[in-house]
Design a protein around this ligand. Structure first.
Ligand SMILES: C[S@@+](CC[C@H](N)C(=O)[O-])C[C@H]1O[C@@H](n2cnc3c(N)ncnc32)[C@H](O)[C@@H]1O
Length: 356
């Protein structure tokens, strides 16, 4: 039943208030559903990502934080200013007489790790997420009409990896006395770079299927004066027959966050490729495989991580027992598992050795 009530304010204007229970209920349901929070989270993701992708974040951090000292130089001032206003409303920035500073929450949201995680979903997988209906209907096919963005994928994965796992992997390489490393799916090349910076006798080859990633890795190696010790090739990690000779000299092969892609072709295909790698290992013969370890729950973006894998025609990340079973069926033996129990993305490193 609809009811109404007329109220006259102090200026003498009459307001008619209408009340209809089923409409109230519908609106309350929408509020309770958490949809408003979901919309807010989505929009905040886009605007924080945009802030970090333009010079504005660096300028605000460096104190170049108002229009008088060039905050908006080279930018569309009207649009940029409105975005900053939105970020003030969302508690990311504080505005004080026209100058902007990050709040504590803003500093956390724009940390290196937070932005890498955000970039992974918004920038690298965003082109795919926007096409979900087309992919579901079959109007688009992943790999033909839609692709993730390989450059940002490698860059953002590299940032997270360097923070949490480089020391773990380098210690394993050191223990194995490896000097020539082949890194499959090397992405931005951070692992090889860090290995070379730590040990002057190490040389390496990075291989990745994404040309953008390889270009970025080459540039990084040049910046650090390591172009003599590191080379990078665009190739398919799962087609060793097509690799150039420079890839066939390694005494350690690493593959971090890449082997699960081959699960798309089934577990037997992974067993076969592991056997092929085993025949290429020299010296102490070690292979180091880093794989995300899904828990199939809704914590730490596990469900989101699964989502982007389900949409991109790659193999799904597999649990530890699945990998151990695959290794058992190959010529390689898993001698140790390394993992961080309490920090960083859920990942396991499997140390595999080949028969002598
Ligand atoms: C999740 S990223 C990991 C990058 C890097 N290993 C790291 O840990 O930061 C996966 C990488 O594997 C690469 N990749 C995917 N399929 C590949 C294939 N068939 N051959 C070579 N590289 C591949 C992607 O381009 C991407 O750089």
């Amino acid at each position: 039943v609809e009811t109404e009530r007329a109220v006259t304010d102090h200026l003498g204007v009459e307001t008619l208030e209408i009340r209809k229970p089923d409409l109230i209920e519908m609106w309350q349901d929408f509020q309770i559903s958490t949809m408003p929070d979901m919309i807010s989270a989505m929009n905040l993701c886009h605007v924080v990502h945009a802030l970090a992708s333009t010079p504005l974040l660096a300028r605000i951090r460096n104190g170049q934080n108002d229009s008088a000292n060039g905050l908006f130089s080279g930018m569309d001032r009207a649009v940029s200013e409105q975005m900053l206003r939105y970020l003030v409303l969302r508690g990311v920035l504080e505005e004080w007489h026209g100058s902007y500073v990050l709040t504590r929450k803003g500093a956390m949201l724009t940390s290196e790790i937070a932005l890498a995680r955000l970039g992974f979903y918004v920038e690298a997988y965003g082109p795919v997420l926007r096409k979900i209906p087309d992919l579901m209907r079959g109007d688009a096919v992943y790999g033909v009409d839609v692709e993730r963005d390989g450059g940002p994928l490698s860059r953002h994965s590299g940032t997270i990896f360097a923070k949490y796992y480089t020391p773990v992997v380098l210690a394993a390489m050191h223990a194995g006395n490896a000097k020539q490393i082949l890194d499959l799916g090397c992405g931005s090349g951070r692992l090889l770079l860090d290995a070379c910076l730590q040990d002057p006798d190490i040389t390496g080859v990075g291989l990745d299927i994404a040309p953008d990633a390889i270009e970025f890795a080459r540039e990084l190696a040049r910046e650090h004066g390591l172009e003599e010790r590191l080379s990078f090739v665009v190739a398919d990690a799962f087609d060793p027959a097509g690799w150039p000779d420079v890839c066939k000299q390694a005494d350690l092969i690493s593959a971090v966050g890449v082997l699960h892609e081959h699960l798309r072709d089934g577990q037997d295909a992974v067993v076969r490729i592991l056997d092929a790698y085993a025949t290429m290992l020299r010296g102490d013969r070690m292979m180091l495989i880093g794989e995300p370890e899904p828990h199939f729950d809704d914590k730490e973006n596990d469900s989101d991580f699964l989502l982007v894998h389900m949409l991109t025609a790659q193999g799904l990340p597999a649990a530890r027992d699945v990998w151990l079973d695959i290794f058992d069926r190959s010529r390689l033996t898993c001698r140790r598992i390394l993992t961080r129990a309490t920090a960083g993305p859920r990942t396991c490193f499997y140390e595999l050795v080949a028969p002598r």
